[in-house]
Design a protein around this ligand. Structure first.
Ligand SMILES: Cc1ncc(COP(=O)(O)O)c(C=O)c1O
Length: 414
């Protein structure tokens, strides 16, 4: 086998792995090899502790209480907002809206900004590599309004055709919504260029940061995006929490989303007035425990440093790419020059699901199928791929286990 030259790892992976209790479990009698990080990452002990601390120490509803527990819970909850603001470099804390995740963030924008600003004949541009959560909300909106959805095509390596994008932009374009890093291909899209071109055409831009936020520095001010959505569970944090960033003046002008407690100032049967940002978009009791634990996840990432994490993941990605390319009949899907640590592939005459089952028998967790990107699979004329995705705790030894597992599985299946 040909090994990619090892880049000296800037992090102590063994020490990091010790912080993830699940990584020491066995699956089917074998040590777990967890390579499904693009679906969700595992959680370090600090995140688990933050959840337990809240429920054992200061469980209370937030914002409205005057007792000690409510004050402590409110302070912890709001402190995550400050941490998230710094994490993506938003200018203001009220630009950080807690959601259930990326899907809810995109839907929030589609149901509020979209319904207010998109009319019949208008156009919304997405790309050929979008996750269903950045396709369906815009389809629903377009159907309702008589607007048109336009799609930026990609080349065979899985890169956006930027000249085609420029051709699609016009004074009909109201919104451009694109994924920062593709969950199926790993492609890192040139979002700064996409945003600047959209703004020149007078369009608003939403970035789906579900996959990018864990791998690269996010600076929403430098990007100048109008909206940015991400999910905590892909960032070593808990499920059921996400952040929607929006520029303050845009969020302020938008109509409300869900109605209920917290999002109001005054309610009478005659009329309701709405709360200021960010609470205007946070109706009802939020996911308090998980928002609090999200701060522990961000602190965990910051302590290691995104640049160090990215360098380590790139080493594992390059090693894995070199190893997998040696397997006869295996084809990597997604060969962009700019790529994050996602490795999708097909194997001649082998169904991805069969591979997934046989790998699981060896304790290796990969994802198989269309990865919620069915139109992208159609573009490559395949039903799905097998996907290995790497995180800060992934190792070259795990890649070796994957390669051995694949070779054995292919032998059995052919
Ligand atoms: C690129 C991309 N966008 C959106 C989502 C949706 O994220 P969530 O399910 O956390 O809302 C995902 C999840 O896999 C994703 O990978």
């Amino acid at each position: 086998m040909i090994a990619a030259a090892q880049i000296a790892s800037p992090i102590d992976v063994a020490r990091i792995r010790q912080q993830f209790p699940i990584l020491s479990r066995m699956v089917k009698g074998k040590p777990l090899v967890y390579l499904d990080n693009a679906a969700t990452s595992q959680k370090p002990q600090v995140v688990i502790d933050a959840l337990v601390d809240y429920y054992t120490g200061y469980n209370a509803n937030i914002h409205r209480g005057i007792h000690t527990l409510a004050e402590e819970a409110t302070a912890a909850f709001e402190s995550t907002r400050d941490t998230a603001q710094r994490f993506i470099n938003a200018a203001l804390r009220e630009e950080i809206i807690f959601t259930r995740g990326t899907t809810e963030g995109i839907n929030l924008v589609a149901y509020t900004w979209g319904r207010q600003n998109v009319q019949a004949g208008d156009e919304i541009i997405i790309s050929a590599m979008e996750h269903h959560s950045n396709i369906v909300p815009w389809q629903i909106l377009c159907e309702e309004k008589g607007a048109n959805l336009k799609v930026i095509p990609i080349n065979d390596d899985g890169e956006l055709l930027m000249e085609e994008y420029e051709r699609l932009l016009s004074n009909k374009t109201k919104l451009v919504s694109v994924v920062h890093v593709s969950n199926s291909l790993g492609t890192i899209n040139p979002v700064k260029q996409i945003i600047d071109l959209a703004h020149q055409a007078g369009a608003v831009v939403m970035i789906d940061g579900a996959q990018s936020t864990v791998h690269m520095n996010i600076d929403v001010q430098a990007l100048d995006c109008d909206f940015f959505a991400c999910s905590a569970h892909k960032l070593y944090g808990p499920t059921g929490v996400g952040v929607l960033y929006g520029k303050k003046h845009i969020l302020e002008a938008m109509p409300v989303f869900m109605g209920g407690g917290e999002m109001i100032k005054e309610v009478t049967f005659a009329k309701t007035t709405y709360n200021d940002l960010p609470y205007k978009y946070e109706a009802g009791t939020p996911n308090i425990a998980d928002v609090i634990a999200f701060k522990a996840a961000i602190d965990f990432i910051n302590e290691i440093g995104k640049a160090n994490i990215a360098q380590h993941e790139q080493d594992v990605l390059q090693y894995a790419t070199a190893q997998l390319e040696q397997i006869h009949g295996l084809h990597i899907v997604g060969k962009a020059v700019e790529k994050a640590s996602v490795l999708s592939f097909t194997v001649d005459k082998v169904h991805p699901q069969d591979l997934g089952i046989l790998l699981d028998n060896r304790g290796i967790a990969v994802r198989t199928g269309h990865h919620c990107t069915q139109p992208l699979m159609d573009r490559f004329c395949i039903p799905g791929t097998t996907r290995a995705s790497f995180a800060v705790y992934s190792t070259r030894e795990e890649v070796d286990a994957l390669v051995a597992g694949l070779q054995k599985a292919i032998q059995l299946l052919l």
